[in-house]
Ligand binder design. Structure first.
Ligand code: KIV
Length: 277
């Protein structure tokens, strides 16, 4: 069954945890969807795990459109949320609506996500009938302004500001809020205060749902691993073993065997030898 923003609302009402994972390509999105995950995020973390950038700042609208289209081709049920890349919405309310519209229209995603307490942008995008997921706490597009990837809201002022911002993005019309790298008790308080569901990443167990970067939880990305990541598989190691095994078999002549080759009757080959005389 196709998941919608109503699924999110009902999950919070019924105390059912929401599941979300990132995906950036057709095959992975299809597997995640078949596993029954509620929502797939085409995260701008694709800048790190797919494109090898050290942060998400260089990710473009074209990158998001390209990967977003691949993901939606693989999804039947999950609600697809797509990230608005750095500088596609911070510049003006007009830019935000135009770029959110392009992401939805050209990829077929169901909702956009944007970082920060940019309420005018959220309100205008929602008014254009595009559902918005807000993202507060550690907002990676602000890494230079924050001064690194750090837990947010630890001091009294910062905790109060985060709570106020959470209320503000809800009032602006966001239908869900991603909380990244926030102390568990603060995330719990925000979750209790808001009517919209919170989706945590490094925000403890009191959020209404959880999201992880697919490559992190599968053990496919080893450049760095934040404390909040749990590895549910060691696919990186499995992949390396498979690549090494393949090289060994090609070099030794074990692959391809008859099983992976195509036959042709001998008389045809013999006839070709005859033609070559
Ligand atoms: O880009 C992303 O993958 C994200 C998640 C970390 C929430 O924004």
């Amino acid at each position: 069954m196709k998941q919608t923003i109503v699924t999110f609302r009902d999950a919070k009402k019924n105390n059912r945890k929401i599941t979300m994972l990132t995906a950036y390509d057709y095959s992975t999105a299809k597997l995640i969807d078949e596993a029954g995950v509620d929502s797939i995020l085409v995260g701008d973390s694709l800048g790190n795990v797919m494109l090898g950038y050290s942060d998400t700042l260089a990710v473009t609208m074209e990158d998001m459109l390209h990967h977003g289209k691949a993901v939606t081709r693989g999804v039947n049920n999950a609600l697809v949320v797509i990230d608005m890349p750095f500088m596609s919405y911070q510049t003006s309310v007009y830019d935000a609506v135009v770029n959110a519209g392009r992401l939805i229209k050209e990829t077929g995603a169901n909702a956009v996500k944007l970082e920060g307490c940019l309420c005018a942008q959220i309100k205008a995008i929602v008014e254009a009938s595009i559902p918005v997921v807000a993202h507060l706490g550690l907002t990676p597009q602000s890494v230079n302004a924050i001064g690194g990837y750090k837990v947010q809201g630890k001091e009294a002022d910062a905790a109060k500001r985060l709570l106020e911002e959470a209320k503000a993005v809800e009032a602006a019309g966001a239908f869900a809020l991603v909380l990244e790298c926030v102390p568990s008790k603060l995330a719990g308080l925000i979750t209790k205060t808001l009517k919209i569901p919170t989706i945590g990443i490094g925000a403890g167990d009191q959020c209404d749902g959880q999201v992880l970067v697919c490559h992190d939880m599968l053990g496919m990305f080893s450049d760095y691993t934040p404390k909040f990541v749990k590895k549910y598989a060691v696919l990186g190691e499995n992949m390396k073993e498979a690549f090494t095994h393949y090289c060994q078999e090609v070099e030794s002549g074990k692959f391809p065997s008859q099983e992976h080759a195509y036959d042709i009757p001998d008389e045809i080959i013999n006839g070709l030898y005859g033609n070559n005389k």
